[in-house]
Design a protein around this ligand. Structure first.
Ligand SMILES: Nc1nc2c(ncn2[C@@H]2O[C@H](COP(=O)(O)OP(=O)(O)OP(=O)(O)O)[C@@H](O)[C@H]2O)c(=O)[nH]1
Ligand SMILES: [Zn+2]
Length: 325
């Protein structure tokens, strides 16, 4: 039985066993823990005394290390339920909480049973359907339509904006944009999301004025799929000097957790089989092609940098293989 450290409702629970990520176990220097290549694989650890949720949080959260430096000693123990533990780590990622759980807490509360196949079924892109659509004139283009997608049991509503008049004899310009609240709404300078979003809409509007059309897919996969809170934890770690990929890893989260087949499903539901994809990220091209979408052209989508995002963009270029200059 696993209780998420961050969001458990019964604050009186405690346990001397915690499920944490291998990356976190490494940072906590678990005496008998071998460094794992995969930072988000689960590790079972035992503390000398039972921890309540308040005490477990600084053990779980690397972003709190500068204010809570002393922890442990902890020991790693054999994990005999690896598949279930991996599902738990993935659920934490999807829920946007720290991948850390009290194991068999006291009091036990009322558990809900989950099987690993349940998660796979829940993630199936085939679950996604068009919930509704409406005409939506926007500042960049008056001739636009919004289409909203949903799947059962998932609160995240993915969106497509179709700019210009659909036609079967021109291939649409398509942008697969991942939610970035900080960049899209507040104009954060730490990333390039805001300018990329604006430029994509401008390019689609320009195409529309020449008889073409465009589709912007707005995917609710904030922080490359780790959620807003975890992304901001990663920002705190970046302030300590870690780059964007290291920061995710230190949190015990994947560096890239977006579900691109979901975007392919949205295109399929829109009846779009061929695209001109605006991106610098070849992973997006490969993922769409693998899911049956024909990418007839990759349109570079590089925007001017600023002093706050130069390191972020350099990391994307040098460590994530993005085609940036
Ligand atoms: N975890 C994490 N996510 C970030 C960070 N900076 C931006 N993001 C997220 O990264 C995503 C933006 O990626 P995109 O611009 O869609 O895609 P990309 O992989 O950079 O590729 P392009 O198509 O070339 O832009 C958004 O979900 C942002 O919230 C960061 O430092 N950490
Ligand atoms: Zn961003």
């Amino acid at each position: 039985m696993l209780l998420p450290v961050e969001t458990a409702l019964d604050r009186s629970c405690r346990s001397d066993h915690l499920l944490i990520s291998a990356a976190r176990a490494e940072t906590l220097k678990l005496t008998n823990q071998r460094p794992a290549a995969d930072g988000h694989s689960p590790v079972l650890m035992r503390a000398a005394d039972p921890l309540d949720l308040h005490a477990a949080l600084p053990v779980a959260d690397p972003a709190l290390d500068p204010v809570n430096p002393l922890k442990g000693p902890f020991l790693a123990e054999p994990l005999e339920w690896m598949t279930a533990a991996k599902v738990a780590m993935e659920l934490a990622r999807i829920a946007g909480v720290l991948p850390a759980f009290l194991v068999d807490p006291e009091p036990a509360g009322e558990p809900a049973t989950l099987h690993s196949v349940d998660l796979a079924a829940w993630k199936d892109p085939a679950n996604l359907v068009i919930a509704t659509r409406a005409h939506l004139p926007i500042a960049r283009e008056e001739h636009a339509e919004i289409v909203v997608f949903r799947s059962p049991g998932d609160m995240r509503e993915h969106v497509a904006l179709v700019l210009g008049a659909r036609s079967t004899n021109t291939t649409p310009l398509v942008r697969l944009h991942s939610e970035c609240l900080t960049g899209d709404i507040f104009g954060s300078l730490k990333c390039d999301c805001g300018p990329q979003l604006d430029h994509a809409l401008a390019a689609m509007s320009a195409a529309a004025s020449e008889g073409g059309w465009g589709v912007l897919l707005y995917m609710r996969q904030e922080g490359r799929g780790i959620g807003l809170v975890n992304k901001l934890r990663a920002y705190r770690l970046q302030d300590e000097g870690f780059d964007t990929l290291e920061a995710n890893r230190r949190l015990g989260l994947p560096e890239e957790a977006r579900d691109f087949p979901l975007a392919a499903r949205m295109l399929d539901l829109l009846g779009i089989g061929e695209v001109r994809l605006m991106t610098n990220n070849l992973e997006k091209v490969v993922a769409l092609e693998d899911a049956g979408v024909k990418v007839i052209e990759r349109v570079p989508h590089e925007l001017p940098s600023n002093p706050h995002n130069t390191r972020y963009l350099a990391t994307k270029r040098d460590r994530a293989g993005h085609l940036l200059t």
